[in-house]
Write a protein that binds this ligand. Structure first.
Ligand SMILES: [Zn+2]
Ligand SMILES: [Zn+2]
Length: 132
């Protein structure tokens, strides 16, 4: 487990801003890191049971659906306690609680992409260039 997943200040957002014109969510973290998720990326990350499946059943997103404009347009977002945000999408979907830990883990920046690639390689025990 990486440090920031253990919680604490590192994964606390200082500022969360949904920029509807740019269609992106901007998160400034307590450690100074900035994450920018475009709405489509964010929609694909929806962690709810409908999108992700449950009890071993695949979810809606697992069927690789074609997302409509409504489904990738953020209309509202509320805080869930001190640990998550809950976006509402233009198609009415609002059951996903995006924890800060998950948002930080899925940060789409290059640095974090490389970190995830390195972690995958570590887990599989092979170089990132090999299959698997
Ligand atoms: Zn969902
Ligand atoms: Zn990042």
């Amino acid at each position: 487990m990486t440090d920031y997943l253990k919680g604490g200040e590192y994964l606390t957002p200082k500022k969360i801003h949904a920029d509807r014109a740019a269609r992106e969510l901007q998160v400034d973290w307590a450690d100074g890191h900035r994450s920018v998720y475009d709405f489509t990326t964010l929609r694909w990350l929806c962690p709810c049971a409908f999108c992700r499946g449950e009890a071993g059943m695949p979810g809606w997103l697992d069927s690789n659906p074609e997302l409509s404009e409504d489904q990738t347009t953020l209309t509202d977002m509320s805080m869930v306690g001190q640990y998550a945000v809950q976006p509402t999408w233009a198609d009415g979907h609002h059951t996903g609680y995006y924890t800060f830990a998950r948002l930080r883990e899925e940060c789409p920046c290059r640095e974090d992409n490389e970190r995830r690639a390195a972690q995958r390689a570590e887990r599989s025990g092979s170089s990132p260039h090999q299959h698997g």
